[in-house]
Design a protein around this ligand. Structure first.
Ligand code: MN
Ligand code: MG
Length: 641
């Protein structure tokens, strides 16, 4: 309960109103606590479980509003099943919309992933929403200024409420709710949008609409901002714009997201204009409620009304978490909202289970990502082969079709923020659809670029930056930089690559260039021949990367030689279904320069223990589990491996 006494500013006769704003964000279609890749329950995630937190938070406050901050439509095999297999016929309600209707959301905004399945699918899904959907900076037709755009959905909504004060008195309040998405969405999902969506800068759009909302009588304005918390300096079109957005006059509170992190939390402790103790950004209360329904964001506002005008007397922000312990995980009880939600999504769940269990092919080897960073890349090579086969068959341009076709793949699932269970892990034997989703965890479309040898080398330097620098003769350095995301560790098959770990990295974990002269990649060969800096290569990749995500060298529209609707995961499924046996192509390798008397610590999933025979060249020695549950292996680098 909000302690009104802890806030000053009240004068005799004034009554305080406690208004609570609740956030879910980046649900990525995690509804039930179930891991469809592993085909087993996964406690600690899912909107159905989060419903208990939401109901509890609602019960504690006399006035509460519930918003979703975007990226709800895509992210589990259920999303692919509904979009690609079952489809949405007239009258069908998308399971996430059905769940949101049952939970009585007050409004939602759109994230970038809402567009993965195309505009028609999204609009059909939103058609069944019983709540307003707002997004101010995404337009189907651009006007002379943001207010003259024809926005895809309403730019904002005004919610009229009667709120109760601390003595039970009722007061009318009009709450303005406006939404924003990263403008990059039109590039990232260009394959599905085909130029039919336009995006504006978040801050420019806010400056245009907020005064209009005030004129329309908004007493309070909440921004549903599907954007991360980053630089305080506004640069046009910036992806993570929460800080400059918070500075826009008239915005009273911000829900943030997109980066799947927690605010307030120490991660943001050093950012200018961000106060993790007060839970504010530029003085405005803000929150970021993680992702996947594992958390909810809570902002408490203490308001008072004086001569018809509402003032914010005090604010507080916090993030509440579902327990990750299976025993403590809330289970739906009869007559609870969670139980109601579970029944609303039950048929989508059972249909998804049937879909993921259908066999599509066979692998004679186990396919896993536990040692992808050590050069054991069979799980990646299956994807690389599928991409190369698809692209090579479609390069008809005589100027391109004789160029070597390289295939870039990354271990999307390789621990990190996904935890010790977040690895690709497929036993030898029949492959079901869920295994294909395990091999390729995102519904990206295929794309191919034409790059120079130099640009390919720069991609490899980026990957080589995934490792911490290792001093020769040292022991105990943790090999992987924990902040470097697995999806940016691009392996380019069939190149043979040698990395010198004693050298400084060219890039930091966010892909920012630290030292253009630094190089760890000391040798790159293709079938035994060194890569020529000026030679041209076809590089198979995905729509996301080719659209500029991660700012990889040469990943821009002018170098695009193939982009079509085909989803990479379907290409992998077709490859697996067609092949009598997998991994028949010639493959490249990743090796480290030998470092005598040097050992490092490599953290991976505990289930890696049964595959240690694959990395005997490192003389792996298990060293127990980390606090986060990762298996620690001591690896000897003296053999160079
Ligand atoms: Mn997201
Ligand atoms: Mg996002």
């Amino acid at each position: 309960m909000f302690n009104t006494g802890s806030f000053g500013g009240l004068s005799v006769g004034q009554r305080a109103v406690h208004l609570r704003v609740l956030e879910t964000t980046d649900l990525h279609l995690h509804l039930l606590p179930y891991d469809y890749y592993a085909d087993r329950p996964w406690d600690g995630i899912g909107l159905v479980s989060a419903a208990n937190l939401i109901e509890q938070a609602r019960a504690e406050a006399p006035n509460a509003l519930l918003f979703d901050n975007g990226d709800f439509l895509q992210g589990t095999p259920m999303g692919d099943f509904v979009a690609h297999e079952r489809g949405l016929r007239d009258g069908d309600v998308h399971p996430v919309i059905a769940a949101m209707n049952a939970l009585d959301f007050d409004a939602i905004t759109l994230g970038n992933h809402e567009f993965n399945y195309g505009l028609e699918f999204l609009m059909k899904a939103l058609g069944a929403a019983a709540f307003p959907v707002v997004s101010a900076n995404l337009a189907v037709k651009r006007g002379a200024d943001p207010r003259r755009d024809t926005t895809l959905v309403k730019p904002y909504t005004l919610i009229d409420r009667m709120v109760s004060d601390d003595l039970g008195g009722k007061h009318p309040i009009r709450i303005g709710v406006i939404g924003f998405a990263p403008p990059q969405v039109v590039d990232w999902d260009n394959h599905a949008l085909d130029g039919r969506l336009h995006a504006r800068d978040i801050v420019e759009t806010a400056r245009a609409y907020v005064p209009e909302m005030r004129e329309a009588g908004a007493d309070l304005i909440v921004a549903l901002a599907h954007t991360g918390i980053g630089s305080a300096r506004h640069t046009h079109g910036m992806e993570n714009a929460a800080v400059p957005l918070a500075r826009v006059p008239g915005i009273d509170a911000l829900l943030t997201g997109h980066s799947h992190l927690i605010f307030p939390s120490p991660v943001f402790g050093s950012l200018p204009d961000v106060d993790i103790t007060a839970g504010t950004i530029a003085g405005k209360p803000a929150v970021m409620g993680g992702c996947w329904g594992a958390h909810i964001g809570v902002i408490d506002l203490l308001l008072t009304r004086d001569a018809g005008r509402w003032d914010v007397l005090g604010t507080r922000s916090e993030v509440r978490s579902l327990s990750s312990s299976p025993k403590a995980a809330p289970r739906p009880r009869p007559d609870t909202t969670a139980e109601k939600l579970a029944s609303v999504v039950a048929s989508a769940h059972s249909d998804t289970l049937a879909a993921i269990r259908r066999p599509v092919g066979t692998s004679h080897k186990p396919l896993h990502s536990y040692f992808a960073h050590l050069g054991e890349m069979d799980s990646l090579r299956v994807v690389a082969d599928a991409q190369r086969e698809y692209v090579a068959a479609r390069l008809t341009d005589p100027d391109l079709r004789d160029l070597p076709v390289l295939s870039a793949v990354a271990p999307f699932k390789s621990g990190g923020r996904s935890g010790p269970a977040g690895y690709t892990d497929i036993p030898a034997g029949p492959l079901a659809l869920r295994h294909i989703a395990d091999l390729y965890a995102f519904p990206n479309a295929i794309a191919a670029l034409c790059l120079t040898g130099d640009q390919v080398l720069d991609w490899l330097e980026r990957s080589a930056s995934a490792f911490n620098r290792v001093r020769p003769g040292s022991t105990g350095t943790v090999l992987r930089d924990p902040d470097f995301p697995g999806y940016n560790f691009e392996v380019i098959d069939p190149l043979d690559v040698v990395i010198d770990l004693s050298q400084p990295a060219r890039f930091d974990a966010n892909g920012v260039l630290i030292d253009a002269k630094a190089h760890r990649v000391v040798s790159v060969t293709l079938n035994g021949a060194a890569l020529e800096p000026d030679a041209r290569f076809i590089l198979c990749t995905n729509s996301y990367r080719a659209g500029g995500a991660g700012n990889f060298s040469g990943a821009r529209a002018s170098n695009l030689v193939l982009a079509d609707e085909a989803v990479a995961r379907d290409i992998v499924r077709e490859h697996v279904a067609r092949a009598d046996s997998l991994l028949n192509d010639a493959h490249g390798s990743l090796r480290f320069v030998p470092m005598p008397d040097t050992s490092v610590v490599f953290e991976t999933g505990p289930a890696a223990q049964q595959h240690l025979d694959q990395i005997v060249r490192f003389h792996p020695e298990p060293r127990g589990l980390t606090r986060g549950g990762f298996l620690r292996l001591k690896l000897d680098l003296s053999g160079g491996a």
